[in-house]
Ligand binder design. Structure first.
Ligand SMILES: *Cc1c(COP(=O)(O)O)cnc(C)c1O
Length: 374
């Protein structure tokens, strides 16, 4: 270890972006004036309108978090039986399927961008399959065309867990435009946040009424409850945070791009790093994460530990795979590519306000710890 490289303050893998306090305060003052705290308040409606503009999506609904948005999407689409999904994701994806009484069927992932391997989906389709739930991992889009093709051929619904993909565009189109429903998470650790929060963007405008009802106990009018719903409404304080953060989102993504480029510049020649995030053509990225792949699990774990001595906190994300969770012991199975990625992956610190000098320092530490000088 080189002590002089140690950072004075701990650098976490992520850090929430807080908006200008005065801007947030202004919105909050409005809440005191209106005395409207939740249930489709004025900030909620304003936030929705601005998001429609930003995402270029006509149909969307807000939720108190991304996870309940996912569960609500499953219920609104009336899915039954089996849902094909990926083991290389956050617990939420698979929990949403299981919490809705459906069976997750795991499909291995692509080596290059860690999303579900669309060429392997077909072999998992049975007469019980009702949907594909794919994840745009680390902000990289799935194989959208192939998934669309399969869905049409087999009459399956497509839900995208787009939790990592706020602001991403493919061929000039918002990522929200693909699939039947896309879920965006506005949790504090995401590129864009509303403290906690979630969004569903969907193709069929008819779904709006059902989604609205489902997130409010299934209530459809003062005298009728038509669905077994839940409580997943976004409140006015969340909407105020979202509106404040939306004002700077493009500048924030640009700052993350600089962090990304600094990492690439200083790490691309490091032999022991087997994979750096590779930008895809035709994709406008949001630089949500900076995952690297090491040679094997031992070197990954070693680097993760040794960086702590320098006050740099990385994350083994996604590790373990969902197929390895004790609560999913019944679904345990071999996922060769996903396992190999999961054992070797390490997400480096990545957030809007991460200074490039700190990134350079982190790179020097990594280079030194991987035996590449500094
Ligand atoms: C964050 C996240 C979720 C859950 O979103 P919340 O807003 O935290 O409920 C689901 N899927 C993935 C891939 C995520 O990263």
């Amino acid at each position: 270890m080189i002590t002089e490289l140690k950072l004075e303050k701990p650098i976490q893998v992520t850090k929430p972006k807080l908006p200008d306090f005065d801007i947030y305060q202004e919105y909050i003052r409005g809440i005191w004036e209106n005395q409207w705290l939740t249930n489709d308040g004025p900030l909620h409606e304003n936030f929705k309108k601005n998001l429609r503009g930003y995402l270029g999506a006509d149909h969307l609904e807000l939720f108190t978090n991304g996870h309940l948005a996912l569960e609500t999407a499953i219920k609104a689409l009336d899915l039954k039986g089996e849902v094909i999904t990926t083991p290389f994701t956050f617990a939420s994806t698979v929990h949403s399927i299981v919490n809705c009484g459906l069976t997750p069927v795991f499909c291995d992932i692509e080596r290059d961008n860690f999303t579900i391997d669309a060429d392997q989906i077909e072999k998992h389709i049975t007469s019980r399959t009702s949907a594909i739930m794919a994840v745009h991992v680390f902000g990289l889009p799935c194989n959208l065309e192939r998934i669309e093709e399969l869905a049409q051929k087999h009459n399956l619904a497509v839900i995208y867990d787009a939790a990592h993909t706020f602001g991403v565009e493919v061929n000039g189109r918002s990522i929200a435009d693909y699939g039947d429903v896309s879920m965006f998470s506005f949790h504090s650790t995401k590129v864009f946040h509303s403290i906690e929060g979630g969004l569903l963007a969907f193709k069929d405008g008819e779904l709006a009424q059902k989604l609205k009802a489902l997130k409010n106990f299934g209530i459809t009018s003062p005298d009728s409850v038509d669905y077994v719903g839940t409580n997943a409404k976004m409140n006015e304080f969340q909407a105020a945070m979202g509106l404040s953060n939306l004002q700077t989102i493009d500048a924030d993504i640009h700052k993350r791009k600089l962090v990304h480029e600094t990492y690439i510049e200083h790490l691309s020649s490091v032999e022991a790093i087997r994979h750096l995030p590779n930008p895809m053509v035709n994709v406008k990225h949001n630089y949500s994460y900076f995952p690297i792949l090491l040679n094997d699990q031992e070197s990954r774990d070693q680097l993760h530990e040794s960086l702590k001595n320098y006050n740099v906190f990385t994350r083994k994300y996604f590790y373990p795979l969902c197929t390895e969770f004790s609560c999913y012991a019944e679904y345990k199975q071999d996922m060769p590519i996903a396992s190999s990625v999961s054992e070797r992956i390490l997400c480096l610190p990545m957030y809007t306000e991460l200074e490039t000098e700190i990134v350079q320092r982190i790179c020097s530490i990594i280079r030194y710890e991987l035996g590449e000088g500094r």
